[in-house]
Design a protein around this ligand. Structure first.
Ligand code: NAD
Length: 363
C-alpha cells in the first residue's frame, strides 16, 4: 500500500473498531464481531472490505439502514432449506447465523440451501465460505446488493447490477486453502474510490460511459472528481463493467436472480422512492457435506489435484500457480505478524468517526 501511514497491530485494530461500535450503541458482543470480521477482510488483503467501511457503517446505523441487535427471522423452514430475513441487522451478526443454519442442515441431510434477504453488508464473502469449510463442508454463495446498482450488463451502458460477488469454498484440513471469492465487476467500487483519490488507476475498460465508450475515469461513477470532495456514486453518468464480457455479466445476472429474486429481498434496482439510500445484501448459499456423497477422501483428492495444478510450469520466470485462497492465506500470515497497513485517508476517517463518540485511537 503506497500511502500507508499507519500499521496497526491486529488486536489493537479489532479492539478499536469494537470500541467505536459499542460507543455507537451496539452490544459489546456484536461490536466485537464487527471488529473481528472487518479486520478479517484486511487480514485477507481485501482492504476494500475491511475497516475502511467503519465510517460508512456508522452512517448507515445513524440513518437506520442497518440496525444493531438483530437476529434471523425464519420465513420458511424445511429440513434441507430455509428462507431467512436478516432484519437489516449487521452482516457480521446475520452472516454467521445464516451460515450456521446451512451448516446444521447440511450436516444432518448431506445437502442444504439457505436464501438470506435483508442483511446488512456481509463484507468479505470468503469469510462465510471459510466458516463452512472449517465445519467440513463445501459451499457456494451467490450475493447481490439491494440498492447497489453500479454495474452495466454486457452490451448495455445503464447500471443494472451490483458488484454481485460469488464465493465457492471447500475444506482443506489445513492444506492448501480452496476459497474462490470475487466480485463479478471488473474492479470493486473501492478501487475506483482509490483511483479518484489519486491512488492506483483502474484499468481502461473497467468503466463505461453513457455513450458506450470504455473508460478508466472515476468521474464515470462519481461525476466531476474534486480533490478531497465527496464520492457519491449516484452522481456519475457511467457505470462499472463486469469482468469476462458476457460470462461475468451472466454470473452477475444469476446473482441477482438467486440472491435477489429467490430470496425476494430485491434486486440491485430499480429502487422505489422510500427505499432510496438503503443498501442490503441478499445471499443464496448451498452447503454440501462430502461425507453425504460417501466421498470420505474428498479433501485428499482435492489437495492432490491442487498440487497437480500448482505443478504447472510458470508462464513467466519466477512466476507461480496459486490455488484460489492462497493469496489471502499468505497475506493473512504476514499481517497477523506485522500488523495491518492503513492508507492515510482511511486511518484519518476512522479516527474522525471514533472521535465523534469520544473513542481514543490506539497510539
Ligand atoms: P479479487 O479480484 O482480488 O479476486 C479474489 C479471488 O481471486 C480470491 O479467491 C483469490 O484467492 C483469487 N486469486 C487472486 N489472485 C490469484 C492468483 N494469482 N491465482 C489464483 N487465484 C487468485 O477480488 P475482488 O473481486 O476485488 O473482491 C474483493 C472482495 O470483495 C471479495 O472478498 C468479495 O467477497 C468482496 N465483495 C463483497 C461484496 C458485498 O456486497 N458484500 C460485493 C463485492 C465484493
Amino acid at each position: 500500500m503506497a500511502d500507508a501511514i499507519a500499521t496497526v497491530p491486529v488486536p489493537a485494530l479489532r479492539a478499536f473498531v469494537a470500541a467505536i461500535f459499542a460507543a455507537a450503541g451496539c452490544e459489546q458482543v456484536e461490536a466485537e464481531r464487527i471488529g473481528q470480521y472487518l479486520v478479517s477482510a484486511n487480514l485477507a488483503g481485501h482492504d476494500s472490505h475491511g475497516v475502511i467501511r467503519v465510517p460508512r457503517y456508522i452512517q448507515w446505523l445513524k440513518q437506520g439502514h442497518v440496525r444493531a441487535g438483530q437476529g434471523l427471522t425464519l420465513v420458511n423452514d424445511a429440513p434441507t432449506h430455509a428462507l431467512v430475513d436478516g432484519n437489516s441487522g449487521f452482516g457480521q451478526t446475520i452472516g454467521p447465523l445464516a451460515v450456521d443454519l446451512g451448516i446444521e442442515k447440511a450436516k444432518r441431510h448431506g445437502l442444504a440451501a439457505v436464501a438470506l434477504r435483508n442483511s446488512g453488508h456481509l463484507g468479505r464473502i470468503g469469510d462465510w465460505g471459510e466458516r463452512a469449510a472449517a465445519a467440513g463442508l463445501v459451499s457456494l454463495h451467490f450475493v447481490n446488493v439491494f440498492g447497489g446498482e453500479l454495474v452495466a450488463p454486457f452490451g448495455g451502458v445503464d447500471r443494472r447490477f451490483s458488484t454481485d460477488p460469488i464465493c465457492i469454498a471447500a475444506p482443506s484440513d489445513g492444506g492448501v486453502p480452496m476459497v474462490l471469492d470475487f466480485a463479478t465487476s471488473m474492479v470493486a467500487e473501492g478501487k475506483v474510490l482509490v483511483a479518484a483519490d489519486g491512488g492506483k488507476p483502474v484499468p481502461h475498460g473497467a468503466l463505461i460511459g453513457p455513450d458506450g465508450a470504455l473508460s478508466a475515469d472515476p468521474a464515470q461513477l462519481y461525476g466531476p472528481v474534486v480533490p478531497g470532495g465527496p464520492r457519491d456514486a449516484s452522481k456519475g453518468l457511467g457505470a462499472l463493467r463486469t469482468f469476462g464480457e458476457h460470462k461475468g455479466s451472466g454470473l452477475a445476472f444469476m446473482c441477482e436472480i438467486l440472491a435477489g429474486c429467490l430470496s425476494a429481498g430485491g434486486t440491485s434496482g430499480p429502487i422505489a422512492g422510500g427505499q432510496r439510500g438503503r443498501i442490503a445484501n441478499g445471499m443464496f448459499s448451498v452447503y454440501v457435506d462430502p461425507k453425504g456423497f460417501g466421498t470420505s477422501d474428498f479433501v485428499r483428492r482435492a489437495q492432490d489435484y491442487a498440487a497437480y495444478m500448482k505443478a504447472s510450469r510458470p508462464a513467466s520466470a519466477g512466476g507461480e500457480v496459486l490455488v484460489p485462497g492462497e493469496p489471502e492465506a499468505r497475506t493473512r500470515a504476514a499481517r497477523e505478524r506485522d500488523g495491518i497497513p492503513l492508507a492515510a485517508g482511511t486511518w484519518a476517517a476512522i479516527r474522525a468517526t471514533a472521535a465523534e463518540f469520544g473513542v481514543a485511537a490506539p497510539v
